[in-house]
Ligand binder design. Sequence first.
Ligand code: 8YV
Length: 325
Amino acid sequence: MIIRPKILIARAVFPEIVAKLAKYFEVTPNQADELWTPSQLIAQLQGMQGAFTMGGERIDAALLAACPELKICANMAVGYNNFDLDAMTAAGVLATNAPDVLTETTADFGFALLMATARRMAEGERFLRAGLWTRWSYDMLAGADIHGSTLGVIGMGRIGQGIARRGAHGFGMKVIYHNRSRLDAATEAQCKASYVSKEELLKTADHIILVLPYSAQAHHLIGAVELALMKPSATLVNIARGGIVDDAALAAALRNKTIAAAGLDVFEGEPKVNPELLTLPNVVLTPHIASATLPTRLAMANLAADNLIGYLINKRPLTPLNTVL
Ligand code: 8YV
């Protein structure tokens, strides 16, 4: 009898993905979508060789020590700040993420959130639904222009580049960017983007969008000091990760009109949201849905599944984040 590797799917996922994995593995799914505490996750992972994770499950040294049979964690997300990569490498556990397949969908959403924020769409919708639209007036819900304005992209990876291309080619925006490292000249030309310091970007952009990965260095990259550098007419959009923006400082800046508006898809401590943000009119709030189209989520799920199959069955993961012996 062939013994098949055991894997845990930590959250509910497309039934066809459960069926696909069941062809290769002894699968423990979680189609009831129970949310586990760290110790419940450890209990679920006992004796498992693989974990299909969504991005909310913390994989750290304590979990790895308690789950010595674990060989791979495959995130159905491009971000992997739930993984302690050093601890995983030290424990010989492979980490994989789900890049590329979500790039264009997420860039679409980033642009949509930017436009909704600058053009006050959510505010307008609330106004109309509340029955407040009794007459038109020349400056009613007047917002900021997108076309011809300056777009500042912080984090110029694949998704940042997708947003830059949309802004430059689709809307005639002047694009400036800041990134850990400068892009090569050909990529800059494709995106029609110029590299600037973070300070120059904050001071000169009309619209700023954050698309960088979370790291300890990126924690509160945008706080009170940075918000004070921005134009009072500027908008800020965060589709990256909660914690990159100091949400309390942002709420204060929005309240005091230090900046005009913000669009947020990610939050510190989500799914909880800073209560003051919920009360402010000049912020558009969405529940971490930038990659949420069914074809893209299915592609992300397939990539995570293919990483599990690729590694545990063929020793060839598709998108590894670390190298293990
Ligand atoms: C995911 C994301 O949907 O890929 C990421 O990093 O933030 C989103 O696309 C989310 O992390 C849940 O998987």
